[in-house]
Design a protein around this ligand. Structure first.
Ligand code: 4AD
Ligand code: MG
Length: 450
């Protein structure tokens, strides 16, 4: 967009302001944070057309790029003509005012992309997706697609959505046809996956280093600012890898994708720093440049017990850490991300490798300030007898995991992996406070609109 060029600019009108015979239109096509300022001089457009250039209208301006005399932009478009594709009646267009609350914008999630905040969130989301693939591809990891519909419970926790065609319809609405799963579509109970990990493990036992990046589903009844029923997860899985290798990769991975956003989403992150989270840029730069703290769960419990803090949930060895504990550790005690390892086996999934002490497993969680748990991972149990015993001990259906156990029967290898919740990463990088505002359409208990 050099001065002197004749161009056509397509987009949506953000605002129009009229002053002394001139109209100033802020036009955005969402490609960058910065709008294009369009100047319409008196007499260029007839009154009726000018009136249609209201917030939300979709247009094409034709004109000349000129140097901008005003601060805020280097160039602007001097309009010679316009085509209005779609008007937006100011009396009914819902996205009128600046400063609408995020709660209100969730109700018009189909339109919120046109505002500054959501345009920026979705561009950062796009860039981070690209950075994730770059990170793994540059290291020779194979991108694998694991199933979305599955008959196994990857976390052994049962928080799954049931997939069925067992639905009829009568004049009152939907009805359930047949309670017998054996006569349903898949011939047995099927679910939306909670994690691609188990299938990713099978692929790592042949491709060595793999990763997934796909949607996952959790039917947990938790309406918090950090939980979605449908979210995206990135799950690398590495053969010949220990927990140390797993932690090193997780740390390198977070630093690299955050740095990528710092380098490539400058204008968007400046906006978040100004409007959403005033310490954002400082924090992200600090995270990229300093080592994560590493502690065992047992050490963390001691630190929490001696903290003198009055936590709502008491801390004791053997209990799961609550969000308040995770945040205190990362925000108050350490001031940067913390990796906790070696959790009690009772509070972790069946597939984690057991330590010699008989009490703890080779688990690791990466905790981040403001977010709490952002990554969960582990070294996997590669010993058939230990894994079988654990599955039985936990009362899980051993037959259902026959193929998973086969990996330990035939050519078993030490291996490890982790899962990063993509929306939690976006919250961290943008400073947005509610996970419902970092995905275009959010699913939580009671809401699957759009
Ligand atoms: O800790 P989680 O449950 O671990 C797993 O699913 C493993 N199978 C991962 C692996 O080792 N391959 O989930 C991993 C991450 C969490 O740390 C969190 O960031 C995110 O997924 N997560 C959620 N994000 C949004 N909404 C939810 N309901 C989430 N549950 C987990
Ligand atoms: Mg976890």
């Amino acid at each position: 967009m050099e001065p002197g060029n004749e161009v056509s600019a397509f987009g949506w009108v953000k605002t129009r302001r009229d002053s002394k015979g001139l109209s100033f239109v802020q036009l955005s096509d969402g490609s960058t944070f910065n709008d294009l300022q369009v100047i319409v001089e008196a007499g260029v457009l007839d009154e009726a057309t000018l009136k249609k250039l209201t917030t939300g209208a979709c247009v094409r301006f034709d004109g000349l790029i000129v140097e901008s005399p005003a601060a805020g932009q280097a160039v602007e478009l001097k309009a010679s003509g316009v085509e209005v594709f779609g008007e937006a009646d100011p009396a009914t267009y819902p996205l009128q005012k600046k400063g609408a609350s995020f709660e209100f914008l969730r109700e018009i999630a189909h339109l919120r992309v046109r505002g500054n905040t959501f345009g920026a969130v979705y561009r950062v989301r796009n860039r981070l997706s690209y950075a994730v693939h770059n990170f793994f591809q540059a290291r020779g990891f194979q991108y694998v697609h694991t199933p979305i519909v599955t008959t196994s419970d990857a976390e052994g926790a049962g928080a799954m959505f049931y997939v069925s065609t067992n639905l009829g319809h009568d004049e009152k609405g939907y009805t359930l046809k047949n309670p017998n799963p054996a006569e349903d579509f898949f011939g047995k109970p099927a679910f939306l996956t909670v994690s691609g990990q188990l299938e990713a493990e099978t692929l790592a036992m042949g491709l060595t280093n793999v990763y997934t990046f796909g949607p996952t589903f959790r039917a947990e009844n938790s309406s918090t600012s950090r939980h979605l029923a449908e979210f995206w997860m990135i799950e690398p899985e590495m053969a010949f890898c220990s927990l140390e290798g797993d932690m090193n990769l997780a740390e390198e991975f977070l630093k690299e994708v955050i740095n990528d956003a710092l380098e490539n989403c400058g204008a968007d992150l400046d906006f978040f720093n100004k409007r959403i989270e005033p310490t954002l840029l400082e924090t992200l730069t600090h995270v990229v440049n300093s080592p994560f703290e590493r502690l065992t769960y047992t050490e963390a419990i001691k630190i929490l017990e001696n903290s003198g803090e009055n936590f709502e949930y008491p801390v004791a060895w053997g209990t799961d850490l609550q969000s308040e504990h995770e945040r205190w550790l990362t925000e108050v005690k350490v001031g940067r991300p913390v990796i906790l390892t070696d959790y009690p086996k009772e509070i972790k999934a069946f597939y984690m490798r057991q330590n010699e002490d008989g009490k703890t497993v080779r688990a690791m969680d990466v905790l981040a300030p403001r977010i709490g748990e952002i990554i969960g991972g582990s070294q996997r149990e590669e010993r058939l007898d230990v894994l079988e015993a654990r599955i039985e001990e936990m009362g899980l259906p051993k037959e259902a995991y026959w193929w998973y156990l086969d990996l330990r029967r035939f050519g078993s290898a030490p291996h490890a992996g982790f899962g990063l919740g993509f929306e939690r990463l976006i919250m961290y990088v943008t400073g947005m406070k509610n996970i419902r505002d970092v995905i275009p359409y959010y699913r939580v208990p009671g809401n699957a609109d759009f």
